[in-house]
Design a protein around this ligand. Structure first.
Ligand SMILES: Cc1cc2nc3c(=O)[nH]c(=O)nc-3n(C[C@H](O)[C@H](O)[C@H](O)COP(=O)(O)O)c2cc1C
Length: 133
């Protein structure tokens, strides 16, 4: 929806080795990675961000944080002068402290007020998303 409204190019942050589809296994894997501050290798990484000034950074809230793969992505680049608009889906925790975490990981970037949408309400969130944009 955001890409359609803004014309932004899409890049999906995918881990080279995805978490398990089985819920309990996924819970254990993600918790372990969170505690270890893991930086899972990504399936692919953009070569550089030079041609872009503005980013919409989306992620699901995991453990009141971002999935560790998002840190792998953010820490791979210099963010001086870039603008980042964070948005997440969640099941009650909203953005948690992720805006501050993005500011810390992306030195000298300008991080705007984020948007949190409950996962199950995404399909009916178009108006809210457009207002945020
Ligand atoms: C490992 C894991 C940890 C999660 N931790 C949280 C959490 O701390 N707070 C929260 O609101 N939602 C949490 N969620 C729910 C996800 O944010 C939610 O599933 C995701 O945003 C997608 O929404 P959907 O499953 O309704 O499509 C967690 C989900 C998973 C799989």
């Amino acid at each position: 929806m955001i890409a359609a409204a803004t014309g932004a190019r899409l890049f999906k942050i995918d881990q080279e080795i995805p978490y398990a589809a089985d819920y309990d296994t996924c819970i254990a894997q993600t918790k372990k990675d969170l505690q270890a501050k893991a930086r899972p290798k990504l399936a692919s990484m953009p070569e550089g961000l030079k041609e872009y000034d503005e980013f919409y950074l989306g992620f699901p809230n995991y453990w009141e944080d971002m999935p560790m793969a998002v840190y792998t992505f953010l820490e791979n680049f210099h963010w001086n002068g870039k603008v980042i608009h964070p948005f997440c889906t969640h099941e009650g925790s909203g953005l948690s402290g992720t805006v501050q975490k993005i500011e810390k990981a992306c030195k000298r970037a300008s991080v705007t007020k984020g948007l949190a949408i409950q996962g199950g309400s995404v399909d009916s969130a178009k108006a809210e998303i457009e207002k945020w944009l």
